[in-house]
Ligand binder design. Structure first.
Ligand SMILES: [Cu+2]
Length: 608
């Protein structure tokens, strides 16, 4: 139950089952008609829910004892009977085939052809020729021949209605509809059957009128005298009076409807994809997925599956906590573990993200220049991952570039990264496999490397790292934010929190604050600004600037991957803002709360 439609579907299928039970009970207890029609109504009520019940009660259920013959006579009711009978067979074949092809992982367009053939075979060989044999007289083979054209016409219209409903809804935003294990799949099947029924109904009415098909019939028990028919079967012989050109024209139109229904959706959705490739993915509103969008693109942009969340954290859990290392044979060892978590970014606002050690940002790794480091990365994400140590000089095999320097770490796998940092300064680590998705969902953290020899000229009274991220949270789902249609972010965080839930820095006038801006986000550039006068830029991308190269600024563009260490002197007491200068990035879902939102925090300076 992760979308409102799930609740609707539970109600729908509860109604469908209740309706089916009632129809079955009434058919076998009260309704005088052939077994094949009884089953037709039962199956169709299962597929069409309360609509099946409605048709049964209005067109077929004997209103009072002995009145069935008279009651079912009107042509519209005969048409209903004929369509029910066709839909029961065809839809059963289609649905069975759909459930099987979905699990086989065939492309959608092959699914549709298999479903058509299966539906047609079920309708013709089983529901028409076999079950109706006693009604029609003649041999099985004769019946197959006789019912071929009527069944073809009816099936064409049926699939002409059902195919576009399946294609457009299954390959639509919520592709859980492609999986028979999801209620949504059965909901789409139900809607498809209703559409198929509506399209097949007029042709069926015409065929009944012209004697090409059977409609509703009455069949009394052969013993006793409980009806005026005295136990005799009705005559069911048919005298077709449709002309060749009439039949040909109707057949051609039915084939046209079938062709349009099967082919037209290929204009809008990618029918070359299979349930195995994209089944279960949910896309964001406005995200472009068209007939050319490959499966990998959809999976890249899809929502985090809330059912993958293994832990939930409220505002009491902080991200970027410094990770304690243990020492093994003189090597400093850190353990990182990825997983899917629910993370709170604001009171009442959570995101489903990818995390290192259950926090967003991942833990801060702090060590000293020249120390031997080992980082064990264990992966519990639904997909493979790697970790890249951004900006560091290290052995190529430790660089974490998936498919380039190493095989990605599979789900459940582990990789040991080991190196000795020769540099110092502000760096970051982040996923380097499915980066577009994984980093945008929270797989990053700060690397702070202290210099072997201290440099007081770049130290301050306080040291605070600002790790940036954009989020896209809509309709209860979290999507990786990206600069792309439908992927634009609506929430923004500093260290995993949006203002007013961001940290406040407390200091005194006359003291200094070192801010390490880290472009841990991966789709946007943020002009980061501090109120209350300029800061001095003392390091860029981890490299300490020569004193003569240091410069004053009050706004600095922090692009993905970039780092700037700045030292800001608290000149005057008060509440000074640190924020991104793009207005939209200072809102939470476009709303300003207590003066802002998103990428904003307060530096609270007390008098000296
Ligand atoms: Cu910004």
């Amino acid at each position: 139950m992760i979308q409102p439609i799930d609740y609707f579907l539970v109600v729908w299928f509860t109604l469908a089952i209740a309706s089916t039970v009632y129809v079955a009970w009434d058919q076998y207890r009260n309704n005088p008609e052939p077994t094949v029609m009884k089953w037709g109504f039962i199956l169709v009520t299962l597929y069409m829910g309360p609509f099946g019940l409605l048709l049964y009660v209005l067109a077929d259920k004997e209103p009072r004892p002995g009145e069935h013959e008279q009651f079912v006579k009107p042509l519209w009711k005969q048409g209903v009977g004929s369509t029910i009978h066709c839909v029961a067979g065809d839809a059963t074949g289609i649905i069975l085939a759909a459930a099987i092809t979905a699990t086989l992982g065939l492309p959608m367009w092959i699914d549709l052809i298999v479903e058509y053939l299966s539906g047609f075979a079920f309708g013709l060989f089983i529901f028409q020729s076999l079950f109706m044999k006693s009604m029609m007289g003649g041999t099985y083979a004769q019946n197959v021949r006789k019912t071929f054209i009527p069944e073809l016409i009816s099936m064409n219209f049926m699939m002409g209605g059902m195919a576009p409903v399946m294609s457009l809804l299954m390959m639509s935003r919520d592709m859980r509809a492609m999986l028979p294990t999801e209620l949504l799949f059965w909901g789409v099947m139900s809607l498809g059957v209703i559409a198929g029924f509506a399209l097949a109904y007029p042709a069926n009415m015409w065929m009944v009128q012209r004697g090409l098909k059977h409609g509703l019939m009455t069949q009394r028990r052969s013993h006793g005298n409980d009806s005026h028919h005295g136990g005799k079967h009705q005559q069911h012989g048919m005298e077709p009076d449709a002309t060749g050109p009439q039949i040909a024209a109707v057949t051609i139109v039915s084939a046209f409807a079938l062709g349009v229904g099967m082919v037209a959706p290929a204009n809008w959705v990618n029918l070359r994809l299979s349930a195995r490739e994209v089944g279960g993915a949910i896309m964001a509103q406005g995200m472009i997925t068209d007939r050319d969008t490959p499966a990998a693109a959809m999976l890249d942009m899809a929502a985090v599956d809330p059912r993958d969340v293994v832990a939930k954290y409220d505002l009491s859990s902080r991200g970027a906590r410094v990770l304690a290392a243990r020492v093994e044979n003189g090597v400093k060892v850190f353990d990182l573990e990825t997983s899917v978590i629910r993370w709170t970014i604001l009171p009442g606002v959570t995101v489903d993200g990818y995390a290192f050690n259950g926090q967003i940002p991942g833990p801060t790794l702090r060590f000293r220049q020249g120390e031997r480091i080992r980082i064990n990365v264990r992966n519990h994400l639904p997909e493979s991952t790697t970790v890249h140590w951004h900006g560091l000089i290290l052995p190529n095999v430790m660089d974490g570039a998936a498919h380039v320097t190493q095989d990605p770490i599979q789900k459940g796998g582990i990789y040991h990264y080991e190196f000795t940092p020769v540099q110092y300064g502000t760096y970051l680590y982040h996923s380097h496999d499915h980066v577009d998705r994984q980093q945008a969902l929270g797989l990053y953290g700060a690397l702070i490397i202290d210099p072997a020899a201290r440099d007081p000229s770049v130290e301050a009274n306080y040291d605070y790292a600002v790790l940036l991220q954009e989020w896209l949270k809509r309709e209860g789902l979290t999507f990786p934010a990206m600069p792309m249609d439908g992927g634009q972010p609506n929430f923004f965080t500093i260290n995993g929190r949006a203002y007013p839930a961001t940290d406040t820095i407390f200091m005194r006038a006359g003291e200094t604050l070192k801010v390490r801006f880290i472009g841990s986000n991966n789709g946007f550039i943020h002009p980061m600004h501090i109120h209350g006068g300029p800061f001095e830029v003392v390091a860029v991308d981890g490299q300490t600037l020569q004193p003569s190269a240091r410069y004053q600024a009050d706004t600095i563009n922090v692009g993905p991957g970039q780092r700037f260490d700045v030292i800001w002197p608290a000149r005057r007491p008060g509440r000074w803002l640190l924020h991104c200068h793009i207005g939209h990035h200072m809102t939470n879902n476009n709303v300003e709360t207590r003066g802002g939102g998103g990428l904003m925090m307060v530096i609270n300076v007390a008098p000296r």
